[in-house]
Design a binder for this molecule. Sequence first.
Ligand SMILES: Nc1ncnc2c1ncn2[C@@H]1O[C@H](COP(=O)(O)OP(=O)(O)OP(=O)(O)O)[C@@H](O)[C@H]1O
Ligand SMILES: [Mg+2]
Length: 264
Amino acid sequence: MMRLKVQSVSTTYGKKTILHDVSLPNIPAGTIVGLLGPNASGKSTLMKCLAGEKKCDGHISFDKLNVAETDQKHWFNKVATMPQTPPSPTALTPTELMWSTARALALPISDRELARNIERIFKDLGLVQFALSPLYTLSGGKRQLVGLALALIREPELLLLDEPTSALDLHWKISVLALVHGKVKSEGKIALAALHDLDLAARYCDILVLLKQGRIVASGPPFDVLTSQNIERVYHVETEISDTGKGYPRIDVIAPLKENHENA
Ligand SMILES: Nc1ncnc2c1ncn2[C@@H]1O[C@H](COP(=O)(O)OP(=O)(O)OP(=O)(O)O)[C@@H](O)[C@H]1O
Ligand SMILES: [Mg+2]
């Protein structure tokens, strides 16, 4: 069975260690993992290590391939990232970007099949009416959806989503996570999403991983990770956690705590 394994991953920028001995629970196919933690805690850096874009110590393997021993082209056939920054507002259209991305990656599908896939993804993401509009004319949220479309066209087995819903309205926040959830469950893929919205993470993720200053504070099912104590320790806010009765917790943020957020 396809699995993602992340064991003792450490990495640096210059002399500064950013990730310290990060290990995740074994992640089987059909799992959505939510990567949580404050700004600068190392979420994007971990995603870059998983994407094969940044070198690290430790072990990362997916579907029996070790990232350090696999050539990038082969890894990129299996793993796609939606970066935190959406595509730039250039004169290119979403359709042009999709075609050039797919062809640059030499996706092994016919033009007809690719056109059909692009049409389906645009429909799923509400982008049909913007398909031929230059990106500079699109709103920030729509450009973020184009960023997701560019990851989905690669039909990856491991989908890395770096804050995929940060610019989206309520409808699209829910729609995007429901879409990813459907794909992961019905097609046996794995998704790992960095998220700041704890309620969305609790609702859609099977496993949550809580990072603080490049170290894992907790990992496991949402009810185990999203405790008032863990959230206070990591985010320095007071919360009340309740049971929605739907299989996931609800997080009410009461107030920020007075400690020095940066140094605590
Ligand atoms: N290219 C870089 N060069 C030097 N330091 C970097 C670089 N990219 C990130 N860092 C540092 O690595 C640390 C982790 O950054 P990272 O982007 O992984 O955080 P994050 O958890 O994704 O934060 P956010 O929620 O703000 O996106 C930060 O201290 C950041 O300043
Ligand atoms: Mg980030």
